[in-house]
Design a protein around this ligand. Structure first.
Ligand code: 13P
Ligand code: SF4
Length: 302
């Protein structure tokens, strides 16, 4: 393992490359990553980096987002088949049909979507800024795609804005059910339950805290409590256990894993860094429109 890490770090320096890793990636990827975090943080890093090459250890829409924000950089995805099942649920045609049903409302687009979809939406959001973004529009009704649960969670939190959602969802987070929270509370009455807003609303509503991956990690770090039940992907559980050995970190259940996030290996990273294969290319016309949607988000999230 050491040799591969050393090789990656050497080529990274030679090529002025940077490695960005989402916190659902296999934990060994952190050994070579320059930045590890949630979708918002990584898109902010991608927008500002001075590197010539960005290797995105994550899924396709994340690397594509990095390319949209840094069009002059070479963006490489270690595994091209690593898609997002939620993003796959919304094609351009489905978006157009959805918008046609509700003309005249602004469309907020979760970053877990294709560039084609982003190009036809007004503003992007991630799970850490969705409330702020919807509120920033200053209207009473918005369309929200593709994650129905994040959209409905935002509606619930804001209270005075109708959020009409497209019926997309994350199959990984939907494996978590209210009964799992109830069982965890019985077994670990001392623990706080922290959930990701991609979970079903019935789960989010009974959690003690709902936030993005980075917000969950920050919560554990700053809380005086010692025990936490984690209702999101295993990568967050693994990192919390590594970083907070004196706290009790309990996964809500076993096998809450995003198979696409787990496709990346150190070997894949070494391979793309060496060969510069798997470059992300976005059609220029689509990119021009999609980047507006992302820039609008980054402006509000500054
Ligand atoms: P965050 O990184 O915003 O928490 O989102 C999680 C996710 O599903 C990434 O696909
Ligand atoms: Fe997509 Fe869900 Fe995997 Fe995130 S966890 S990349 S939303 S399938």
């Amino acid at each position: 393992m050491h040799t591969i890490i050393e090789k990656i770090n050497t080529i990274k320096k030679q090529k002025n490359a940077v490695i960005l890793a989402h916190c659902y990636q296999p934990i060994e990827i952190d050994n070579v990553a320059d930045y590890v975090g949630d979708s918002l943080y990584l898109s902010q890093v991608a927008a500002k980096t001075q590197a010539d090459i960005i290797v995105f250890a994550g899924v396709y829409f994340m690397a594509q987002t990095a390319k949209l924000l840094s069009p002059d950089k070479k963006v490489l995805l270690p595994q091209l088949e690593a898609g997002c099942r939620m993003s796959d649920m919304l094609s351009l045609k489905q978006l157009k049909d959805f918008k046609a049903k509700y003309p005249s409302y602004p469309v907020v687009c979760y970053v877990n979507s294709t560039a084609e979809v982003k190009a036809e939406c007004d503003i992007c959001c991630t799970s850490s800024n969705a409330e702020k973004i919807v509120k920033s529009l200053g209207v009473g009704k918005v369309l929200f795609v593709p994650d129905t649960y994040l959209g409905k969670w935002v509606e619930h939190k804001l209270g005075n804005i109708d959020v009409i959602t497209y019926p997309g969802f994350c199959p990984t987070h939907l494996q978590i059910r209210p009964i799992d929270i109830e069982n965890a509370r019985k077994k670990y009455p001392q623990a706080l339950v922290l959930a990701h807003p991609e979970c079903h609303m019935s789960v989010s509503k009974i959690a003690d805290f709902v936030g993005s991956t980075a917000q969950i990690i920050k919560y554990v770090k700053e809380s005086k409590q010692k025990s936490f039940v984690i209702a999101t992907e295993q990568g967050v559980v693994d990192r919390l256990k590594r970083d907070f050995p004196n706290k009790e970190i309990i996964p809500i259940k076993s096998n809450i894993v995003c198979p696409n996030m787990k496709m990346t290996s150190l070997e894949d990273i070494l391979h793309v860094l060496t060969t510069e294969e798997n470059e992300i290319i976005v059609n220029k016309e689509i990119a021009k429109k999609a980047v507006n949607c992302l820039d609008a988000m980054l402006e509000v999230s500054k």
